[in-house]
Design a protein around this ligand. Structure first.
Ligand SMILES: [Zn+2]
Length: 312
């Protein structure tokens, strides 16, 4: 096979979005690599025609999922994430840094997650079957994540240093869950595979390649995967809606990001290196608050409230 040509996100995006879905006129098919009619048709069906209509519903509007998610099977990503999460948990436990089920902050995080999780199913039907996990890592790092498949971790530092309220914890958790529900990691990996392997990714869709091996190779990146600013905006909005539906005040997104900005004046938190912020983030959250205020007003509120860990 010839050396794959260099393909950027933008060129792939153009190739895919230009496709009109009617007669396979997309630039994909003009490429010399896709001279076989059979290959073209199947690649088109599998890749180019997967955009979903925007949902007409109460709440935020972020449109359909990225077409790139379809390049990598969800189950494979979720399995890679599960392995990474298990490894991270084991390493933390080995250092005595994995908080136990009776830890007050673990009880708190799990209580907040239990309220939010049922509202995740509307965003991703697979989420109903995910084996959700919520753990607390005993580290001073300001970090939190939700890996594909619902594997959540908070680092003690983010709770303690930012003195997060339950509403603020719910905003971070909703934001992280949104990355998983909207399959941003799957999208990143799909783009990466399309860029790095060229024809290989399309061969894989036809069962000609070994997509599983590439995903296993990429699994190690899940914890350091850097999201795009557009992924961040989407996660802010979806997370805000999830938290509001679960009875947490979505306005906490403003105080949360103010605290995060303040913390970034020292050493930039790990969280911000994987979740790049935009200068308009707080304004964007403010502008979208009216879309979720009614959901919050109608939502059942948590009967139990928790305090952050004592400040160091
Ligand atoms: Zn993020």
């Amino acid at each position: 096979m010839s050396t794959p040509e260099f393909v950027t996100d933008a060129t792939i995006e153009t190739r895919i979005t230009l496709h009109d879905g009617s007669g396979c006129q997309c630039p994909l098919h003009q490429r010399r690599l896709f001279t076989s009619l059979l290959v073209s048709s199947v690649a088109c069906a599998a890749v180019a025609c997967t955009s979903e209509p925007a949902m007409a519903r109460e709440g935020v509007d972020v449109g359909g999922n990225s077409k790139f998610t379809k390049l990598v099977p969800a189950a494979d990503i979720e399995q890679a994430a599960q392995q990474q999460y298990a490894q991270l948990s084991q390493e933390a436990a080995g250092k005595g840094a994995l908080a136990g089920a009776s830890d007050p902050q673990v009880i708190r995080l799990r209580a907040i997650a239990q309220r939010i999780i049922p509202f995740s199913y509307d965003w991703n039907s697979r989420a109903r079957d995910w084996k959700w996990e919520v753990n607390l890592i005993g580290s001073k790092e300001l970090n939190a994540f939700c890996m594909p498949g619902g594997k959540i971790a908070f680092y003690f530092g983010i709770l303690q240093q930012l003195q997060l309220s339950d509403d603020e914890v719910a905003m971070i958790m909703g934001h992280e869950m949104a990355h998983a529900l909207r399959e941003h990691a799957r999208e990143r990996m799909g783009k990466q595979m399309a860029t790095q392997t060229g024809i290989g990714v399309f061969s894989s869709l036809l069962g000609l390649g070994n997509v599983g091996r590439s995903i296993a190779d990429m699994g190690g990146q899940l914890l350091t995967l850097k999201f795009s600013r557009s992924d961040e905006s989407e996660a802010d909005l979806v997370g805000m809606e999830l938290a509001a539906r679960a009875g947490y005040n979505p306005a906490a997104g403003i105080s949360l990001w103010q605290k995060m900005q303040q913390a970034a004046k020292g050493a930039p938190p790990q969280f911000l290196s994987t979740h790049p912020s935009s200068s308009t983030r707080i304004q964007d959250i403010e502008a979208n608050l009216p879309k979720v205020q009614n959901l919050y007003a109608r939502a059942a509120k948590p009967t139990q409230r928790f305090n952050p860990p004592r400040a160091s």
